[in-house]
Write a protein that binds this ligand. Structure first.
Ligand code: ADP
Ligand code: MG
Length: 683
């Protein structure tokens, strides 16, 4: 029997009267099974006693002392008892006994007591108002569970009830894990876990039980992920079709070599550089997916500038050769356009038929384009979310590629798959490739994105120099302006990024518009400057980007619209003012706009005086590393997983005790174990 199957109502337990039942119900506990899995949020270790002098370094502890005086403060009904105690070292403390006047008679002067609580320095002495007190010889040295309770319900009541439940129902329970897995991992049985959680002999015991429960939660979750992948693709995530490959970033054991298809080869031959080893490996993985009868579901991770776009174009060619259509989705118009321009340079010469589709496309052009998409006159369409809006129909959409996938909700992925399925004559899902320059931390890659295969581009193309990052305090900009001036004089270009488009009445921040004028007229007279943000007309945006790309414009003043996609190798300076206003991934993306060629590049983060702790942590991370993977992990730590776009809706936080970030080691172990279990089941 599983503990969850114990449906006996708590009212059957001795001591659970109507009031207690009602309080427990408010906590979602109505059955004994629920009571037994009502886990402590923490444990009080009363096995260790400390002298009062420890109060500043240990938040809560037990002290053995003697009552030396009673005292009263306040008046009338507000009169409150104060018990003065003294420990063996001679240190005094005052216990404020709010609403507990009866303690006076219970603990007369001279009683030896054990007091458990937290102590503060207040009113010139050591004080506590949150404590439990017992006669010393009655005090049991124990580790006590602490539950999250509602008003009226005491820890003691819950401890007692759970104690009864354990004695009467806690025996012979089955683990949710298969017995072989549980025993193989040396995990305690369900009965042991319950006892260790609710009545541990030591904190280590409690911890062992909790880790076992966390393992269990992850294991069941990963089993579901593995099952889904097997149903959909006939194999586990992280393995190669037909093979039993290793986890993708464990040294690519047993990977097929990259053998370019004819169109891929034609494009590679025209490139002025070689593909990096990681680009080739990723392509080998994708080609294998494309050749297999089951759809690809893959995440391509690679830091800003690592060359993901090219990889996606090459993968698209393999699908075009098989007469499938490809859609490349980008989060912004600016990025979509840039992809379209690159594609037309690289792919049109190979005879590939391209189209560019955004929400802004005028009616006539739009209907012609839609007709061509539907008739199969277009091989690759590049655009924004308009690609998947109603009224867009494909002849045979076989490959959906999502760039900067973190900018889209997790749920959008299923909408895109639907679109492909309905378009395809055989109603099969299209291949799906999601790209991310904000690397998904491994913990998320294993959980939210756990059913995807992952390809990783770790190394940058040869010749790139790490970007040098400087932090500059607001008010000290002159040095950096001088520095940028020298870079401009050397023929290079610069970005200046601001959090706002225009001056705001509420926030006294520099805005792109005012700074554009200031930089143009005062700081860099004679240097052609341009201003770009989301309110600039599309046509105008295109002209400005063209002029910046050609080198005609030296300084591009912008908002975070330039965060993704802009690729100008001659730009060597990225100045971000009010850097504390930007999130870590935005900062990293913005910095990634420079250092895209062989020139040494620089990033200047200008920050305001009164930084918040988070703001400090972000700037510190930016200063210390240029590695997007490290930054993503930091970001996750600073913001917590709940804030990361789209993750909230994905069930990521649906764990009970487990926390994929904190418990990532257990997560990895559980995933390995669940997947081996599935493999054995399949064999
Ligand atoms: P990402 O999308 O990963 O941020 P991009 O695809 O925009 O990166 O590539 C950045 C730049 O690097 C582009 O100008 C691209 O042409 C160039 N590039 C891509 N692959 C290589 C390579 N193997 N060697 C040199 N340059 C490359
Ligand atoms: Mg890109």
């Amino acid at each position: 029997m599983f503990v969850g199957e114990i449906q006996v109502p708590v009212s059957r337990l001795k001591g659970a009267g109507p009031a207690t039942q009602e309080q427990l119900a408010r906590l979602g506990v109505t059955t004994v099974g629920e009571l037994l899995t009502f886990w402590p949020r923490d444990w009080d270790d009363r096995t260790v006693t400390l002298p009062l002098s420890a109060f500043q370094s240990v938040p809560k502890f037990t002290v053995r002392a003697t009552v030396i005086a009673h005292d009263w403060f306040g008046f009338g009904r507000m009169k409150t008892l104060k018990i003065v105690i003294q420990d063996a070292e001679g240190t005094l403390a005052e216990l404020a006994c709010f609403n507990r006047p009866f303690l006076e008679r219970q603990f007369p002067v001279g009683t030896a007591v054990a007091v458990h609580g937290s102590f503060q320095w207040k009113y010139g002495g050591i004080q506590s108002s949150a404590f439990e007190i017992e006669e010393e010889d009655r005090a049991e040295a124990k580790v006590l569970p602490v539950y999250s309770l509602t008003a009226g319900l005491s820890q003691a009541t819950v401890r007692k009830l759970i104690g009864r439940a354990l004695a009467e129902y806690g025996k012979g329970l089955d683990s949710e894990l298969p017995e072989a897995v549980r025993a193989g991992k040396g995990l305690p049985s369900k009965t042991e876990i319950l006892a260790l959680m609710h009545a541990p002999a030591s904190l280590q015991d409690a911890d062992r039980a909790r880790s076992a429960l966390i393992f269990e939660e992850f294991w069941i979750f990963e089993l579901a992920i593995g099952r889904r992948s097997i149903e959909r693709r006939g194999r586990l995530p992280g393995t190669q079709p037909g093979g039993r490959g290793a986890e993708p970033d464990s040294d690519a054991a047993g990977l097929p070599a990259f053998i370019p298809s004819p169109l891929q080869k034609a494009l590679i031959d025209r490139l002025p550089f070689d593909l990096t080893a990681d680009q080739k490996t990723s392509l080998a993985e994708m080609n294998a997916d494309i050749e297999s009868p089951l759809p690809m579901a893959r995440l391509l991770q690679g830091d800003v500038g690592s060359g993901k776009t090219l990889v996606s174009f090459l993968a698209a060619l393999a699908v075009v050769e098989r007469k499938g259509q490809v859609a490349l989705l980008a989060p912004t118009e600016l990025l979509a356009r840039q992809h379209a321009e690159n594609a037309s340079k690289m792919l049109e010469p190979l005879g590939v038929r391209l189209a560019f589709l955004t929400g802004n496309l005028k009616a006539a052009g739009r209907s012609r384009l839609l007709a061509e998409l539907e008739s199969g006159g277009i091989d690759i369409v590049i655009g924004t979310h308009a690609l998947f809006s109603r009224g867009v129909a494909y002849k045979n959409l076989r490959f959906a590629m999502i760039d900067e996938q973190h900018r889209f909700g997790v749920l959008q992925r299923s909408a895109i798959i639907e679109k492909g399925m309905e378009s395809n004559p055989d109603k099969t899902p299209p291949h799906l490739l999601m790209m991310s320059a904000t690397p998904i931390p491994r913990t998320l890659a294993l959980s939210v994105f756990g059913d995807l295969d992952v390809s990783v581009i770790r190394t940058m193309p040869a010749g790139r120099k790490p970007i040098i990052t400087h932090l500059t305090r607001h008010g000290n900009e002159q040095n950096l302006y001088d520095f940028v001036g020298r870079e401009l004089a050397a023929g290079h270009q610069a970005y200046f990024v601001y959090p706002l488009i225009e001056e705001s009445e509420v926030l006294s921040l520099k805005s792109a518009t005012t700074m554009y004028e200031h930089l143009r007229d005062r700081v860099f007279p004679g240097v052609p400057c341009a201003l770009i943000h989301s309110k600039v007309e599309e046509e105008e945006q295109r002209t400005i980007m063209g002029r910046f790309r050609s080198g005609e414009v030296g300084i591009l003043v912008a908002t975070s619209v330039v965060e993704v996609g802009v690729d100008v190798a001659n730009a060597t300076c990225m100045v971000i003012e009010h850097a504390e206003r930007f999130g870590l991934s935005a900062l990293h993306q913005l910095r990634g706009r420079v250092g895209r060629g062989n020139l040494q590049s620089y990033c200047f983060l200008v920050y305001a005086q009164n930084l918040t702790e988070d703001g400090k942590a972000r700037l510190k991370a930016m200063h210390e590393t240029v590695d997007g993977f490290v930054i993503a992990e930091e970001d996750l730590k600073i913001r917590g997983p709940g804030d990361i776009a789209g993750i909230k809706q994905s069930g990521y936080l649906a764990f009970n005790l487990a926390d994929p970030v904190r418990d990532r080691d257990i997560l990895e172990e559980a995933r390995d174990s669940a997947f081996s279990y599935l493999l054995e089941e399949m064999a």
